[in-house]
Design a protein around this ligand. Sequence first.
Ligand SMILES: [Zn+2]
Length: 467
Amino acid sequence: MRHFRSRRGLTLEQLGSAVGVAASQLSLMENGRREPRLSLLSAIAEQLDVPVAELLDESAPSERAALEIELERIQETRLYRELGLPPLRASKTMSDDTLRTIIGLHQEVERRARQAIATPEEARRANTEQRIVMRAKNNHLPEIEELAEEALRAVGHSTGALTHRSVSQMAERLGFELVHVGDLPHSARSVTDLENGRIYLPPASIPGGHGLRSMALQAMAHRVLGHVAPRDYAEFLLQRLEINYYAAACLMPRTQSVEFLQQAKADRNIAIEDFRDAFGVTHEAAALRFTNLATEHLGIQLHFLRVTDDGAIAKVYENDGLPLPVDLTGSAEGEIVCRHWSARRAFDRTNRTTEYYQYTDTPMGTFFESTQIGTGAADEFSITLGVPMSESRWFRGRETQLRVQSTCPDLNCCRRPDLELSGRWQGRAWSSAKVHAHIFSPLPQGTFPGVDDRELYEFLERHATQQ
Ligand SMILES: [Zn+2]
């Protein structure tokens, strides 16, 4: 209103008397503090000689107006009010550059305030909270199971590995085309162009291309689950958990998976390697999916660990009482597991084509564990699925004679060096530490945590103009 009013050279009083409203009332409306009735809005539009729709349009009528609106928005924020600065009106004599500078400075203040929220400590705290919530739900999300089964039914998928073709059809039903490109932003796993209905994914030929179906499904999951840009780290983590869950529930659908696993249980021959091969997924994906279904549908409590070759936990789920190493906040990621656990002993084995089995005695009881070693882009890791000893009767490998003692968190278990050795070497050696890639490093701040806005928009622009 203010933009069109000044363009017509009218004061508040002049416009007010023309439409029969006090100038102070009009001012409130211009500042967004009061909404006019439709009849008044029509009268104003007529006086200003613009269609009513122009006044209702949320986009700014000019760059100057956009700056003025942004200045107003800023002053409405709690952050600005906390600064205790006097209110600032965008007078006519204030240049566009002055406005840009004030706005730019404040946007930086906002950016820094947001960044402060996403500290590694905050991230770890949010992650721990999420693990506790999921533990209470047995790592099972029935609503997402339903959505996945619905989507699969719609494309007629019933059994075995989900094909790329079916995944493409699922995308089409959502109004998207899957496009494989070699120049995705470095910070993004996939990019969705909502305007042109495309999901961009890495090229099909990259090593380990089996992850592509999962990535496409994860990108679609954001749409299916109605996600909006996350406001904080906890929401970001929850969305990531949900899209992973949805993708896994599509690749290993509940009905067929539970049928498969119940049969394996009846045969006393549950093995993650078989579950993996039946659905054509990675060992890690199969083990994680098993945690979604085992407690709910098979009545089995369990633990899952992804451990890197230096012994640090990268991913973990547990509802069977395994004594996990945790820091003071209860966070387990990045902590080192006992060197006697299956997750670490499996690295010593030369034959890594099959699962490694052992029983582990801990202060919280004995567990049966099966571990598979995998190789990532930069390192090796182990995937472990374990259950309390009483549940081992359902699993392949239970006849193993390997039984190992672990007394961790007792430091004498595997942390404290042998007295003789420390006497021999103390003060006679020096070593330089590997910098441990932190699991929750602060994320670059953009609309989507972790994704570089500039790279993202440049990428979209580049491809949207290509046909
Ligand atoms: Zn130990």
